[in-house]
Design a protein around this ligand. Structure first.
Ligand code: NAP
Length: 296
């Protein structure tokens, strides 16, 4: 099937954002003699999580940030992880940090998120930061939703007055992106419908979307018959699907059947190379903001 949709290239867009960050870092280094510093905590040996964390560390090098990767074994107790978080909270040299999810099942993820100092919570998951987002107060926005809005904005997509349908209501992606898309801002101002597993006649709703944001966590769930002709489709999903014929033994797939939806949509994000790199760019943008807040 031939692709007709324009590709929303997250890799290229994130690269522009990283260049902007790099330029700001150079100024901060010269004027404040400070280097923004991001730390990441990885618990266990999940291959996908290690890939994501390594990509974040590599992006830090690209923009001139200092970075610290703390790897802890799978058997790390909740108490030990909370201690590591407390150390990072207290460490004056660290401007922001993330604890890579998912965490091993014996650790309460929400408890860990709530233990992170909101000023250093560059993933934007802390209840205080999400509350401030809801009230449109200055805050560190959740990285993936922020990245999605930046991707649309930087690619000249007009969102004002458009019907945006979001599939998925997670606290990290679906719910915050629905809030941000409905905000009274030029780069938002959409009319938003939020769908989830209890939504009736899902495809009847998705077919009404001018902008369809898919964060359902099910490989290739969205097919062409669920999408309106000319819609803008943002695929947040990322899955390793077994492919013995490949060197790595898997292929990366999104939540959307890319080929058939691309033949119907006006714009579409690829997987990989769409939302993923934008999440990293937003994470670094949040870290720069956190570093600047600490200077002021
Ligand atoms: P999640 O926490 O698993 O949430 C999935 C959501 O989809 C839930 O709200 C669920 O509804 C809804 N859902 C499940 N089945 C459904 C159905 N049949 N019809 C309608 N809605 C349904 O997922 P997430 O953390 O938001 O992540 C979604 C995907 O994005 C995953 O593949 C994840 O790996 C990926 N992701 C990518 C990035 C990136 O940077 N590229 C960042 C974060 C996440 P209920 O609430 O009713 O259960």
């Amino acid at each position: 099937m031939t692709t007709t949709a324009e590709i929303l290239n997250g890799k290229a867009t994130s690269s522009l954002i990283l260049d902007e960050i790099k330029a700001e870092v150079a100024v901060i280094k010269q004027e404040e003699e400070k280097v923004p510093h991001l730390a990441a905590v990885l618990v266990g040996d999940d291959g996908a999580s290690l890939t994501y964390v390594n990509a974040k560390v590599k992006a830090c090098e690209q923009v001139g940030f200092a970075s610290t990767l703390i790897t802890l074994p799978e058997e790390t107790t909740e108490e030990e992880l909370l201690r590591a978080v407390a150390d990072l909270n207290e460490n004056e040299d660290i401007d922001g940090f993330i604890v890579q999810v998912p965490l091993p099942k014996h650790i309460d993820e929400q408890k860990v998120v709530e233990s992170i100092l909101p000023d250093k919570d560059v993933d934007g998951f802390h209840p205080e930061n999400l509350g401030r987002m809801l009230l449109d107060l200055p805050t560190l926005l959740p990285a993936t939703p922020k990245g999605i809005l930046l991707l649309l904005e930087k690619n000249g997509i007009n969102t004002e007055g458009k019907h945006c349908v979001v599939i998925g209501r997670s606290h990290t992606v679906g719910t915050p992106v629905s809030v941000l898309m409905s905000r009274n801002k030029k780069s938002a101002n959409s009319t938003v419908t939020l769908c989830h597993s209890r939504t009736k006649d899902l495809s009847q709703i998705t077919k009404l979307a001018d902008i369809l944001i898919v964060a359902i966590g099910k490989p290739e769930f969205v097919s062409a018959d669920m999408v309106k002709s000319g819609a803008i489709v943002v695929d947040v999903g990322i899955h390793r699907v077994t492919a013995p014929e490949t060197k790595r033994g898997f292929r990366l797939k999104g939540d959307v059947k890319f080929d058939e939806v691309a033949s119907k949509a006006s714009h579409i994000t690829p997987v990989p190379g769409g939302v993923g790199p934008m999440t990293i760019a937003s994470l670094l943008s949040n870290t720069l903001q956190a570093a600047k807040n600490r200077i002021e």
